[in-house]
Design a protein around this ligand. Sequence first.
Ligand code: MLT
Length: 394
Amino acid sequence: MKKIPLYGSLSVLPDDYVFARTAKRKKEYMLAHPEAEIIDLGIGDVTGPLPRSAATELSKAVLEQSEKASFRGYGPYEGYEFCRKAVSDYYFRRTGVKVSEGDIFIGDGAKSAIMRLMLMFESEIVVFSPAYPAYADCAAALGKKVKTVTRSAQGDFQPRPDSLALKPYLVILCSPDNPTGTAIKREVMRDWFEFCRKSGSAILFDAAYENFCAEEGVFSAYMQDGMKDYAVEIGSLSKSACFTGLRGGWTVIPSEIADGRLKKAYERMLAATYNGCPYVVQRAMSGALSKDGDFERSAIKNEMRSAAKILSLALASVGFGVTNSDNSPYIWAEKPKKLNGVESFGYFIGNLGIAITPGEGFGKEWSGFIRLSVLGGEKAATAAARRILAHFKE
Ligand code: MLT
């Protein structure tokens, strides 16, 4: 039989996505050990509930859809005006920067926006390792050239432009970042601005964790003056408002970038590939992004912060090197020497009943680290901390 040819670059992708692999291993373990009570600190999933501000708007919208008079079919590709305005107003409250409603595109979360944006650039893509694995996977699937820059575990994990040649790149920055929780410093963001100005590079700024960032860190590229000329930004309500199941996020493409050509190209591609985020979800998003929503998202952040504190103290007290747990719902921890060479996922699930994400899922050189998510909240973090203390203090 003649072989059907598939797009060549698909073959360079790793066999599976790291979170799909760990989910499969967790399922297999649970089938083999039905008595085990697993605490899942692996994939960064929330356990809810949705903020009331979002749920109220969502249910009103569902009822509107059930009446002929208020029913809505296809919406605008770029999102409804009410939702774009909610995002723009939120930006202003959060950063003091005015992001024009017309430059905001509502979507279903960060991943699809990352893929679409990568498609738009000719330049080589710069990824700072350790990094959210979807960056490298999307770039590889599209056949893009990727330059991986390893961040220093001895240093502060800040992604800096110093080692890059002065040529146009698409640089992916995430702040606070996944997995290390590092918030980019303001002076480092100034260096990026200078770098873009001199090199013709653009920034894809992933702000999925902005809600967790302390005020002194950078949580939007536009906090840096002039960055609208160089940075596109993606935001998401997945973690900050428990939208992992509902899906809702946005992309900002300032009209200033590439004299408006990027925005035009994005609009063109959006219309050809996407029929818009569902109306009911956009209503829920505007609820979550309202002033009432700010209080609820802040409560979610506070619970994650306290969960991160509990877990990082426990890990540190038994010899793990814990990095930056103040700005993110993830704990990035270096394993103690006695776990050198130990396969992390199997060890943690087998000995402690805790599912974690192994460091190598964020870059092959990071097998000496693990990532733990505290998005399951304080109860899961406290239970896990007890098991960690009991196991490693033995
Ligand atoms: C994570 O756990 O890092 C991600 O949020 C999961 C994903 O989006 O793939």
